[in-house]
Design a protein around this ligand. Sequence first.
Ligand code: CP
Length: 335
Amino acid sequence: MTLAPPPSSRVQLTEDGKLRHFLSVEHLPRSLLEDILDTAASFVDVGGRAIKKVPLLRGKTVVNLFFESSTRTRSTFELAAKRLSADVLNLDIAKSATSKGETLLDTLRNLEAMAADMFVVRHGDSGAAHFIAEHVCPQVAIINGGDGRHAHPTQGMLDMLTIRRHKGSFENLSVAIVGDILHSRVARSNMLALKTLGCPDIRVIAPKTLLPVGIEQYGVKVYTDMTTGLKDVDVVIMLRLQRERMAGGLLPSEGEFYRLFGLTTARLAGAKPDAIVMHPGPINRGVEIESAVADGNQSVILNQVTYGIAVRMAVLSMAMSGQTAQRQFEQEKAQ
Ligand code: CP
């Protein structure tokens, strides 16, 4: 399945502008992204409590539908839903009837018949989450857990929360995104979110073969050299080489990539002294990042994972309340 994602805001917002599905940060207003960050910030402390639960989604059912592998996204969505007191079903796709030829839509219809309220979907095809959102029954909310090269909106927002908590705001910040931009849904979500939130200096650093055509449309500065690209930045976001999405022949070797684009202690010294180092994971040590940097005192890579739970709690609770508001609106209109 290869699907062109439609404009996001039409599908994912209620008639009064609330979140109904969360498919992409594209076309979402700054106020809504700030709402997600503020709501997430209010949930950060829940993880430190003796009883890590709030009752916001009590009686609701969240289904994790992951057609691609995941460690962080799947488990933090599960924890987020449980901390909101929802019931959680993790569908094991490898053992599901999908392997017997059942279509995606038939699988969805069956889960709808079990009265599921939300689906968190990860899929290898760009546009899969939009496709599901357009075909699912009206009372179900869809959250995109990453679709092909297109979008990973909750990763984008947890990265924004991490930056805001370490740097205070996005004004006057220089942020560099480094590595395999071409295949990265995280890079796209981050570029869009940073732009919307007012970051004035967004840089991408990559070999020419790992830059998408039309990258300038994101309002970023493009560098093919680490020394100039990292100069005086406040935030460095490293990306993994997405070998599973590469057709081949885009890179001479991993060793060559590390020599030219790996984040080493020496290269990081060109950024501001208080620069933070981020990575969505999984990290490949010695391929895009030196171990001393990944484990060093400027690294906030594991903080990102912790903030991921709070952001996913925010998105699940906001989409559920948007969904309820939209249903009430439609019921009133029908009367
Ligand atoms: N960052 C991220 O999406 O990691 P996973 O693939 O482990 O979910």
